[in-house]
Ligand binder design. Structure first.
Ligand code: SGN
Ligand code: CA
Length: 528
């Protein structure tokens, strides 16, 4: 009997220990589950026109099923805007939640380097117990801060290469074999599977080089659309009437593609400077790449066809690889507790207005793809039309993760928007400012305001031109109505709003690079 009692007691003790362990496990899961994981995916120069969830002319020919799946399961944003539509400056704005004039990173060129002593949101996640990692393109010149591990494209200017790229892995250069989009995903997947602690929350930043210039597709997609003619955007033959000194005076039209962009076969034996000269012929004024015997119009179309097919093929690989990440999350029961953000560093012209590249305050370049999946908070298949800007990303991600910070940011959290509840006093306009001139692409420095109804911009430095677009009547932005007397009151109102936004975002320091914007720029109309 006593043996029986003893073993019963032992059993009970054992059972109790097991129950305790289970309780502990449940408690731990509950606490860790309260902290969502975050996967922030940003493809370089990916634009809404190339994502089928956003519609557009390529949606049936070149669909993006995996990105679309994110939209189906999450929220698609139609009006997320970039405050300075170029790579490094946008990345710096995203990381700091602050405009260029505050974060100090105005332009890529001229040896632009991000000041690594600045606060960035990944540092805050790390400080708050998150595991943090970065894979792919960084492009900020200084060492990434706030990441437990990183592996980023390292090359001249840190643009990265599509094939056999060199990556800086935690401070050491490593040359890898293969295609950049697949490689960056391989690194990310390896970290998800083997690198991180399985039960702690994580922030993973996955930034593709694709579909950035020179738009080199994976081998299997090189000839994907060889036998079809891609459609042309409606503004392909924009004549820039009324915008001669701005949209009409760039080096980013279909005339500026280089031999390298067009994937022409390089003659054998070229070396050094000669090789570079050969490859970049066409990227300069007066040099137009096209096969013999074509008319100007045929040549323009030929260049566009080459470009758009390569660009969309690069996007296809990005989409495939996002599919790999989504599958991993599903297979590992991580989907429910993971916030996935899909975005780009700015928009891009796919022949719209006859352009490639970005930089302008016009729609195609400021509009960033932005999709968020987070089953716990975001209603599947929802669509949002509020104005949100890239400085709002950092405060939002921290807010959704429940991390409080005293850091001052220009941006504001749109967590309530993710829940489907836009605050009554939400912003109705974005202040924009672009500085890089004349290289690359000769886009004049300009600042302006973009509301849901209008775009007002002032191009300055060596010209002095104001533009106004009525986005309801002229969504393609072909008619500058700044001088139209019917819009005088609108101009006056928008100038006041712009001035207020500039004051709010501390712009007065930001113009040192060129010249101070003064009341004179706004003219007497402001106070009418
Ligand atoms: C390179 C490209 C430009 C592009 C910049 C900035 N030229 O210099 O066309 O505008 O990058 O891009 S290339 O022929 O050398 O590829 S960004 O995304 O980094 O801002
Ligand atoms: Ca970019």
């Amino acid at each position: 009997i006593s043996a029986l009692i003893l073993s019963a007691t032992l059993l009970t003790a054992c059972g109790q220990a097991k129950v305790d362990a289970q309780k502990q496990e449940i408690k731990e899961t509950v606490t860790t589950q309260q902290k969502p994981n975050i996967i922030y995916i940003m493809a370089d120069d990916l634009t809404t026109q190339a994502i089928s969830a956003y519609g557009g002319i390529y949606k049936d020919i070149a669909p993006t099923p995996n990105i679309d799946r994110l939209a189906k399961q999450g929220m698609l944003f139609n009006d997320v805007l970039c405050t300075n539509a170029i790579c490094g400056p946008s990345r710096a704005a995203i990381l700091t939640g602050n405009y260029s004039n505050e974060n100090g990173y105005y332009k890529n060129e001229g040896g632009g380097k991000f000041d690594e002593t600045k606060w960035t949101f990944p540092q805050e996640f790390q400080k708050n117990g998150y595991q943090t990692s970065l894979f792919g393109k960084w492009h900020l010149g200084t060492e990434p801060q706030g990441f437990d591990v990183f592996k980023y494209h390292n090359s001249a200017g840190q643009q990265g290469h599509y094939w056999d790229p060199v990556f800086n892995e935690n401070g050491k250069d490593v040359k890898e074999k293969g295609y950049s989009t697949n490689l960056s995903t391989d690194f990310a997947m390896d970290w998800l599977q083997n690198g991180r602690k399985q039960n702690d929350p994580f922030l993973m930043v996955l930034q593709y080089k694709a579909p950035h210039r020179p738009w080199e597709p994976d081998t299997k997609y090189e000839k994907l659309w060889d036998d079809i003619e891609m459609p042309y955007p409606s503004t392909f033959n924009d004549d820039y009437k009324g915008r001669e000194l701005t949209a009409g005076d760039t080096e980013m039209t279909m005339d500026y593609f280089s031999r390298r962009d067009m994937k022409l076969e390089e003659p054998e034996g070229l070396k050094g400077v000669d090789r570079i000269k050969w490859a970049f012929y066409g990227a300069k004024p007066g040099e137009i790449v096209q096969p013999d015997g074509m008319t100007a119009e045929e040549g323009k179309k030929w260049r566009y066809q080459n470009y758009i097919k390569d660009y969309l093929a690069c996007v296809k690989s990005v989409d495939d690889n996002i599919g790999r990440v989504l599958k991993y999350l599903d297979d590992n029961d991580l989907t429910d507790n993971t916030i996935i953000v899909l975005t780009s560093d700015q928009g891009f012209y796919l022949g719209d207005h006859g352009f490639f590249d970005k930089r302008f305050i016009y729609e195609e370049s400021i509009r960033m793809p932005f999709i968020v999946q987070y089953p716990k908070m975001v209603k599947p298949g929802s669509v949002n039309n509020d104005i949100i800007t890239n400085v709002d990303f950092a405060p939002t991600l921290l807010d959704v993760a429940g991390i409080k910070t005293d850091q001052k940011m220009h941006g504001q959290s749109f967590k309530s928007v993710l829940k489907g509840e836009t605050p009554a006093d939400w912003q109705t306009g974005m202040y924009y400012h672009y500085y890089e001139f004349p290289y690359w692409h000769h886009v004049q420095p300009h600042y302006g305001i973009r509301t849901q109804d209008f775009t007002l911009a002032h191009f300055y430095y060596n010209i002095d031109v104001w533009e106004l677009y009525d986005l309801n009547k002229d969504p393609e932005q072909l008619h500058n109505v700044y001088a139209d007397p019917a819009y005088a009151q609108t101009v006056a109102r928008l100038k006041n709003e712009l001035k207020a936004l500039m004051a709010k975002n501390g712009n007065d320091k930001s113009l040192a690079d060129f010249r101070m914007i003064t009341d004179k720029d706004f003219g007497s109309i402001v106070d009418q």
